[in-house]
Write a protein that binds this ligand. Structure first.
Ligand SMILES: Cc1cc2nc3c(=O)[nH]c(=O)nc-3n(C[C@H](O)[C@H](O)[C@H](O)COP(=O)(O)OP(=O)(O)OC[C@H]3O[C@@H](n4cnc5c(N)ncnc54)[C@H](O)[C@@H]3O)c2cc1C
Length: 391
């Protein structure tokens, strides 16, 4: 039975970063990171929008605001020192209607109070200068928001962990945590580890792993899946970098946005948020009856729905092949002008749509995404997403 000072459950970016920090602060600590999957970063860490957020959205003075602002700076420094490609390409949050302006002003106030560097409020000309195919009446320009591949970041962090003497054990699902006198037994499907301290960073399974250690059943994770579309390669120029709508404060989502992917220059459009029928089920038809029954039977799901009028529930069906994925209101608040227009094909189609998943608790978010490609029916154009394909 292997013995460690610290065992971390979960080899996503959080577990790995925690391991690196512990080993940096306390050199010589014997530490293991255990993950159930065959490789690290298989869930949320490997399936997200790949955006380095600058800290605009969070309430001034909150921990999230401080961590996000400082974290963005540290992320760029880490990428620089570890040879991970990151691009501080900047981001626009665009208002296209007068009634969005108070929320946009509020975001600007928040971002400024949070110390986000270089924030600017710009008008239509400034929008056109940065995103020639985007129109809006006003926008926030955040020059330090950027893009990165968080899988690459996780790999680089794992490299540091190994160099600092940590052990990473993949393919080790943790099935039990038993507190004994002076130690904790971490039971995995491949044997038992003993640790003086255990830190759990299990992402989508955090509630389940917490329960293994005797924690209460609440809060519980309610799974949501987010789907992304991508622009066809010949239309990638329509969105140069990052274009976001003004978010609806009722939801813990930033709204469907355009994101340039750093790995291949693809432009993704998403995510939406629909109730998922399986945890870690990234395809539309992934269903685990046990997961679904637990979600539907959980009073917190209904409470969240009631408090938000959550469109996620009706969207369970809206994203299936016959429904337009890009219907969410947040997408339709962006208006893209085509460089040329012609009748016929749509500019935004699911030639291949990576599918992502996210899981939100009723109060806060935790999540993860997997990626698969579907080639469904051609979508109807989103309302007011006015473009047509160039010939
Ligand atoms: C759709 C979407 C888009 C996002 N976009 C962005 C973005 O643009 N920018 C940004 O900063 N953040 C974004 N996020 C959030 C970000 O991806 C997450 O906050 C982050 O990846 C969380 O990392 P984690 O390590 O906590 O979780 P995960 O990466 O999910 O890692 C948890 C790990 O725990 C392991 N595990 C679980 N149970 C067990 C068990 N019993 N035994 C052993 N191992 C176990 C899992 O295998 C997994 O590897 C997005 C999230 C989603 C869902």
């Amino acid at each position: 039975m292997a013995r460690f000072d610290v065992v971390i459950v979960g080899g996503g970016i959080i577990g790995l970063a925690a391991a690196r920090e512990i080993l940096t602060r306390q050199p010589g600590t014997s530490l293991a990171v255990v993950d159930k999957e065959p490789t690290i970063g298989e869930h949320q860490t490997g399936h997200n929008s790949g955006v380095i957020h600058s800290g605009i959205y969070y309430a001034p003075g909150s921990l999230k605001a401080r961590l996000c602002t400082a974290g963005a700076r540290l992320m760029y420094e880490f990428c620089e020192s570890h040879g991970v490609k990151a691009d501080s390409c900047g981001k626009l949050i665009v208002a296209t209607a007068e009634d969005e302006l108070p929320a946009l002003d509020d975001l600007h106030r928040r971002g400024t109070a949070n110390g986000v560097p270089g924030l600017e409020m710009i008008g239509p000309a400034g929008i056109a200068e940065r995103e020639p195919h985007c129109t809006g009446i006003r926008a926030i320009w955040s020059p330090v928001t950027g893009i990165v591949d968080f899988s690459q970041v996780a790999l680089a962090i794992a490299g540091d962990v190994a160099q600092l003497g940590g052990v990473i054990l993949t393919g080790h699902p943790v099935t039990g945590l038993t507190v004994r006198t002076g130690s904790i037994a971490v039971v995995t499907s491949r044997g038992e580890l003993t640790a003086t301290r255990v830190l759990t960073c299990a992402g989508l399974s955090s509630d389940r792993v917490a329960r293994l250690s005797g924690a209460p059943a609440e809060p519980r994770i309610v799974p949501f899946r987010g789907d992304y579309w991508q622009l066809r390669p010949e239309r990638r120029h329509l969105a140069q970098n990052l274009i976001y709508p003004v978010p609806d404060p009722k939801f813990p989502f930033l709204g469907v946005h355009f994101t340039r992917r750093i790995a291949d220059g693809a432009v993704w459009l998403g995510p939406n948020a629909v109730l998922a029928f399986a945890r870690e089920g990234y395809r539309r038809w992934d269903v685990r009856p046990g997961d679904l029954a637990r979600t539907l039977g959980y009073p917190g799901s209904g409470a969240w729905r009631a408090s938000t009028g959550a469109p996620g529930w009706p969207r369970c069906t809206a994203t299936f092949p016959s429904g337009p994925l890009s219907r969410p209101a947040s997408v339709s608040s962006l208006s893209l002008r085509p460089p040329t227009s012609s009748p016929g094909r749509r500019g935004c189609g699911p030639n291949r749509s990576p599918t992502m998943a996210s899981w939100w608790t009723t109060s806060a978010s935790t999540s993860r995404a997997g990626s698969s490609c579907t080639s469904a029916t051609r979508p109807r154009p989103p309302r007011r997403l006015a473009w047509r394909s160039p010939r």
